[in-house]
Every structure is written in C-alpha cells, then in structure tokens.
Design a protein around this ligand. Structure first.
Ligand code: SAM
Length: 189
C-alpha cells in the first residue's frame, strides 16, 4: 500500500535512527513525532524538541511520561530558528511538521521567515546520511506561501550534498499536505 505522507515520513526517520543518536523535533506540537524520535534514539540517545507554545510542550511532556521516555528528551520553549543556540551535537534525524497545533490556537502557525533559518541550521547539524523530514500544509492561511518558499529553498540545494525527495499526492483536491525528505550525502558524493 502507498503510505500516507506523515506515515511515510515517520518510517524513513525511524529507519535512519540507531541507539545513542541525537535527533531534533523542530515542532513538538502534541508530541507524536517527539515520541517516535525518543523511541528511535534508545536509552543512550537524546532528542531536542522545540516549540514556541508552552501548551504544546506540556502536551509533549505528558505523552512522553505515559511511555516513560521523558528522560530522553530536552524540551525547548523557543522557536526552531534558534536551534543552533541549543544543539551543538551532530544529529541523525530532524523532523519538522509545520502549520498549527492540532486542538490548539489555529492562529499560531509556523512562518516562512523562521522556517527557512530553521531548515538551514538543521541541515548544518545533520550528519552524513542523516535525514530531515518536512511536512508542509498549503491548505491553511499562509500555508501556501510557506510551502512554496520551502520548495524553492530545497530545489536549490546542491545535488552533490543532498538527496531531496518530494512526496505528493497530485490528484487530491483541497491542497493536501506535502512531504519533503532530505538526506545529507556521504562525502558529498
Ligand atoms: C503541526 S504542529 C506539530 C505537530 C507535532 N510534530 C506532533 O507530532 O504532534 C506545529 C507546531 O509548530 C509550532 N510552532 C509554530 N512556530 C514555531 C517556531 N517558530 N518554532 C517552533 N515551533 C513552532 C506550533 O506551536 C505547533 O505546536
């Protein structure tokens, strides 16, 4: 079966992780992706999860507690445009799931001006063979602007350094989510 975008992203991210790795969730939200990363990095690994909303980090914390995995995660209450101020390790996986907090204030959304530096900083921190997933939602107000801006950025990444996949259901109506997956190449080959 063809996997839905988010499911496919989660599979690729999990496949890229090993015990002891460091990973980043650039948009913690309700903690589903943070939990996946926390499982993937094992007990010796670490996840940094960013969100600008305290409510999101609280939801994420509660989800982690239910699985006894909170000790693997550092919750950071700031924008992902500040990733490099908080993470210095090289990372194996980074997830971004843009847009608004499901069940929260739909007026608080990710914005292109912070999304771009977040992606750029994430790419710098990514290890060789490391994977970044980007879920984009062109359907909400401002979402198409963000999606187009991110597409322009990733289409222009050096092909010697990055493999870029665009996973998109092109016959769906009403602006379906789009997935981008970027893998940093080994030795720039
Ligand atoms: C679609 S939700 C994330 C869903 C989450 N990954 C999950 O698994 O439940 C998007 C989140 O991005 C957050 N956000 C918005 N702007 C942000 C920024 N500049 N830095 C970090 N998070 C941001 C929102 O507060 C919201 O919680």
């Amino acid at each position: 079966m063809i996997k839905r975008s988010l499911e496919f992203a989660r599979q690729l991210i999990l496949d890229s992780l090993q015990d002891g790795d460091v990973a980043i969730d650039g948009t913690a939200g309700n903690g589903n992706d943070t939990l996946l990363l926390a499982k993937g990095v094992g007990d010796k690994g670490k996840v940094f999860a960013f969100d600008i909303q305290k409510e999101a980090l609280e939801n994420t914390y509660q989800r982690l507690i239910k699985h006894n995995l909170e000790h693997r995660v550092v919750l950071v209450n700031t924008g992902h445009e500040n990733i490099k101020e908080h993470v210095t390790d090289k990372v194996s996986a980074i997830m971004f799931n843009f847009g608004y907090l499901p069940g929260g204030d739909h007026g608080i959304v990710t914005k292109l001006e912070s999304t771009i530096p977040a992606i750029e900083q994430g790419l710098e921190l990514l290890k060789e063979n490391g994977v970044m997933s980007l879920m984009l939602y062109p359907g909400h107000y401002g979402g198409k602007w963000e999606t187009d801006g991110v597409l322009t950025l990733v289409k222009n990444l050096n092909q010697k350094m990055y493999t870029v996949l665009h996973y998109n259901f092109i016959n769906l109506q009403n602006f379906p989510p789009q997935l981008l997956v970027i893998q940093k190449k080994k030795n720039g080959i």
